[in-house]
Write a protein that binds this ligand. Sequence first.
Ligand code: IMP
Ligand code: MG
Length: 174
Amino acid sequence: MVEKVLFSKEQIDSKINSIAIKLDNYIKNLPKEEQKDVVLLGLLNGCIHFVSDLTRKMKGDHKLYFLKATSYINNKQGKLTISGEIPSFNNMHVIILDDICDTGKTLKTLVEKVNEEKPRSVKTCVLLDKKIDNKEFNVDYKAFEVEDLFVYGYGLDYNGYKRNLSDIRVLEEK
Ligand code: IMP
Ligand code: MG
């Protein structure tokens, strides 16, 4: 197997610029009095670089929270666990940020949980959206689409490692 760069640091940066503009436009189009009620909710650990880079490019005001969502064990999908304190999202416009939407199970569950808090709206935004059949959830905003491959880097891990890479990589047959 050989390691191949799927998306370079420059490609990621440019896509994140576009997503920041889209989210800012979304915020700008909310009723004026609700524009202060925006909350971004990052799902750790994979979202770290995405959230850090994206939010620093955004001009729209927002609060920022994190929850931890774990579902992968040794590259295999396992039971989804969500940990951390869910703040009050009552009457807020919540935007959930994650590294990747694979089956969509994580985001579907998170949206249900957030909705229990009676927010005004919930949107989802991911860095990568995997093209798979029978997706359980469709995201509102995505930076890239990827084939059904295991990818890592820029926050996404490979057995806990490689989150520190500045690009996104994939292992390919030689
Ligand atoms: P889902 O619930 O199937 O959509 O899985 C979403 C979670 O699985 C993501 O938040 C990632 O943490 C993890 N995940 C899914 N695919 C990959 C991958 O290719 N590389 C690294 N992590 C992944
Ligand atoms: Mg995750």
